[in-house]
Ligand binder design. Sequence first.
Ligand code: PEP
Length: 251
Amino acid sequence: MLVAGNWIMILDLASARQLTSGVVSAVGTPKGTGVALCPPFVDLDATYSLLHGTGIRLGAQNMHEQDSGAFTGEISAPMLRAVGCHYVILGHSERRQLFGETNESVNKKALQALSHRLVPIVCVGESLEQRDADRHNMVVEEQVRAGLANLEVSSSSEIVVAYEPVWAIGTGRTATPDQVQDMHGHIRSLLQDIFNEAIGSGIDILYGGSVKPGNAAELFQRPNVDGGLIGGAALNAEDFAAIVRCAEEAA
Ligand code: PEP
């Protein structure tokens, strides 16, 4: 189980420090579930200082596919490692929709993350139009197969997949537990096919899309739902801690 907070582009340095301290005291020492915070790049260093030694890990929201070079405005995997990142979110639907990321660019970044011992949280998910056209399973299969192509993984803890239906992100509209269970089962079979039975069975598949303290328990109890990628509710320390407790109870 893993609960990761995606702080999107919301918090400046002072607010990030305040929220991190709030999360550390509200969550306490994580019991049987991984917990991670993914702040904006400029807040990573300060967040790490407050998280160090707490058992709560740090993640970034994106990275470039090269080690270094003339890529103005970009951040590399070695830079993320140097400020204490364990995870990096890749291919979030906002990156795909607003910044032109493709399955191929997500794949290059995932390869790069693994080669620097960062754990990629690879996001997949269909649009409302695709779900209404009953193409969601096919779209997610393409994203999973292309995004994870050629990855050499020797343990299931080296990679995380997050299913985030685009129509449920930041909308207050959560996928139903049955829809989530069906898609997570589909992703589980794909992971077993792409890697092998043992690795594919152990990879955490997170659900993201309007997870709140009031719906987290029901979602996390479903088979193959191994935690959540939390946006809005991660910006409130008490709400985030309540979601972590739901994961701990489901673990
Ligand atoms: C997200 O930003 O990845 C997300 C899942 O947001 P929310 O929880 O607000 O839907």
